[in-house]
Write a protein that binds this ligand. Structure first.
Ligand code: ADP
Ligand code: MG
Length: 630
């Protein structure tokens, strides 16, 4: 199949994606957390604030209780949490961990879950509650409905839209599940925004600072680290990382396991597990303030389990979990090309960053004291509210929020090489175009192979899509102008289009670049790219030299065919020898040798080129064709 030949530098045309609604819409930002969810809106003065429930409480526990009684609506929040003690099997908490996941993804979850998880539609996990089968999306929708009605009451009318936040590395299925939950709750989802990005937005607003920041978000069920660049009112995500199964819930589980073990119950009931977990959370949260506290749990066989637990005992229990956040931090820093002292600041997000041992560790890893100016529980919702306000068009002076592509996107060119069109960590939305041309005379079709990855060779990258641009008018090689455009929208979806300038024929294809790859896979691809960087550069240099050589050989061959008569036998021999020498180098591995042979051939054919030019001039002056002369 004919392939592409690169002829131009990328024309960089970032095209901000905009959602325009009419003025002054009622819009909110929602932090749909694993453990707590919040809703916030921007007030008349342009300041975001969280909206409280009737009791004045901001955080809604992300818990839903499903009663057996027919026709009874599910109960959410604190009231549902209270049901968990007596009806753990009907009370669904941490459903966010199950969203958009299949049963086989969830081995870890199962061991600590008191819920009956089963495979539902398309292998997606669902929860059996009595005779009901409840999807995690349905649970999230209940939480969102609750926040929606709270906000509508406060804002005096129906909501026009919401920005919902998700962990930075939620994959496509998890993001889609979140969007579905929004729709089920009757919300217009303006956009999904990564949680750390929302937090940074809230910080930039309040502080107006510039530079590089690390956002360390340790919540109940997820850990996110992001390196952001704040510059002239624009926040750019430089890199992200984290662990989708690490958070304060795991701290609770460590403590709960200790209690169960000390109670000595081999087969603890769901109720006892629940009580231990609740105690664990209380103890943990108290130890953020106090040096020690006490546990009291009624034993199932009578009697009381009671003991004092100190902060240092707790620190020891969670030490491994806390230190596990270090590797993603170091990697994110490296990805962003930073060392610790280049960071302007470290922002703490999430309830678990209240744990002193976590703060100490953050200070140790980033070599500076973290910032805590904005409440770490509210910061995500506040940033989301601001983003919703910007997207709704309520404010015209706003900043643009930028996310990035996790891996480079490009196309295959001659020599099985990758031409990167959108580099890794490019802010999205983005549109980039590059011009290519035909390689052969009379070429009427062009294969476009879209790939993702950091490696130089196509075979080492991930193939995303292939399509063909047909109907290119037959021209000499290099005459056609084919513009290939990559557009990545705000949700990370890629559209590749190609069009030929003279005929305006066009083809396009939509692909999903980032999603579908797990964090681990992205990581592996990056690691490989780094490990093979030197080999790849050599392979690229060789393939490029070979493409050049093939072109020079083809051109020389054609020249000999047409104008060989201009050479003496001696001269002809010399040119042919230089061509043979060049061809031989292409059979080896050494790109330097190829380039040298090209230069030699060039030198040995200068006089030939001169004579051919003279003949060309002569022929055009006399109006005769070259063929007539030969
Ligand atoms: P998520 O984003 O996962 O919903 P949050 O940011 O709301 O999580 O954080 C919830 C976690 O923070 C829970 O594990 C909770 O126990 C923990 N947490 C809240 N307050 C404290 C505190 N004072 N000390 C320690 N942990 C806390
Ligand atoms: Mg959170």
């Amino acid at each position: 199949m004919d392939v592409l030949l690169d002829i131009a530098e990328p024309g960089q045309t970032p095209k901000p994606h905009e959602i325009r609604l009419e003025d002054q819409k009622r819009v909110v930002g929602i932090d749909l957390g694993t453990t707590y969810s919040l809703v916030a809106a921007v007030d008349m003065d342009g300041k975001p604030a969280c909206i409280a429930d009737d009791a004045g409480v901001l955080s809604l526990p992300s818990v839903v209780y499903y009663s057996d009684e027919p026709g009874r609506e599910p109960i959410t929040g604190q009231k549902a949490l209270e049901q968990a003690i007596n009806h753990p099997e009907k009370t669904i908490a941490s459903a966010k961990r199950l969203m958009g996941r299949g049963l086989e993804d969830l081995a870890d979850e199962m061991s600590h879950s008191s819920l009956a998880l089963e495979a539902g539609e398309g292998g997606m996990v669902q929860i059996a509650v009595g005779s009901q089968h409840i999807s995690p999306v349905g649970v999230a929708a209940e939480i969102l409905k609750s926040l929606k009605s709270r906000a509508e009451e406060a804002m005096g009318g129906e909501l026009h839209g919401a920005v919902i936040t998700v962990p930075a590395y939620f994959d496509d299925a998890q993001r889609q599940a979140t969007k579905d939950a929004g729709r089920l709750a009757g919300l217009e989802v303006l956009r999904l925004v990564n949680e750390p990005t929302a937090a940074a937005l809230a910080y930039g607003l309040d502080q107006g600072r510039e530079g590089m920041y690390a956002i360390y978000d340790l919540g109940g069920g997820t850990f996110d680290i992001s390196i952001l660049k704040l510059n002239k009112g624009v926040f750019q995500v430089m890199s992200t990382g984290g662990n989708s199964s690490l958070g304060g819930d795991d701290f609770d589980n460590k403590l709960a396991d200790l209690f169960i073990q000390e109670i000595g119950d081999e087969n603890p009931s769901a109720t006892l597990m629940q009580i231990c977990k609740r105690e664990a959370r209380r103890v943990k949260e108290q130890l953020s303030q106090l040096e020690e506290t006490t546990v009291n749990i009624a034993k199932p066989d009578g009697g009381n389990y009671s003991r004092t637990i100190t902060r240092s005992e707790f620190n020891e229990l969670i030490k491994k979990l806390v230190r596990a956040t270090g590797l993603p931090c170091r990697r994110a820093m490296k990805d962003a090309g930073l060392s610790g002292d280049k960071l302007q600041g470290v922002v703490l997000v999430g309830g678990s960053t209240r744990v002193p041992a976590v703060r100490d560790f953050v200070a140790e890893i980033f070599k500076q004291e973290p910032l805590v100016d904005v409440d770490p529980d509210q910061v995500v919702a506040l940033g989301a509210a601001h983003q919703a306000d910007l997207l709704s068009g309520n404010r015209r002076d706003g900043m643009l929020l930028l996310d990035v592509t996790p891996l480079s996107l490009g196309i295959e060119t001659m020599g099985e090489l990758v031409e990167k069109i959108v580099p890794r960590n490019s802010p999205i939305p983005t549109a980039r175009a590059q011009e290519f041309t035909t390689f052969k005379d009379g070429q009427t079709a062009m294969a476009i192979h879209v790939v993702q990855g950091e490696r130089e060779l196509v075979s080492e990258c991930r193939s995303l899509a292939r399509f063909e641009l047909r109907g290119i008018p037959a021209m000499t090689a290099g005459a056609a102008r084919i513009r290939v455009t990559f557009q990545v929208d705000a949700d990370g979806l890629l559209t590749v289009s190609a069009h030929e300038e003279t005929t305006q024929i066009a083809q396009s294809v939509m692909v999903k670049p980032a999603y579908g790859l797990s964090d681990g896979e992205i990581e592996t691809m990056l690691r490989d790219a780094i490990a093979h960087g030197a080999d790849d550069m050599l392979a690229r240099a060789f393939n490029e030299a070979k493409v050049d050589a093939d072109r020079v050989l083809a051109a020389s061959g054609a020249a000999l065919k047409h104008d060989g008569d201009l050479l003496s036998e001696q001269e002809l021999k010399k040119v042919k020898a230089a061509m043979l020498k060049l061809w031989e180098t292409t059979q080896g591995k050494d790109h330097e040798a190829i380039n040298q042979a090209i230069r030699d051939l060039d030198r040995d054919t200068t006089f030939f080129a001169q004579r051919r030019m003279d003949r060309g001039v002569q022929s055009s002056m006399t109006g005769h064709s070259v063929d007539e002369f030969s």
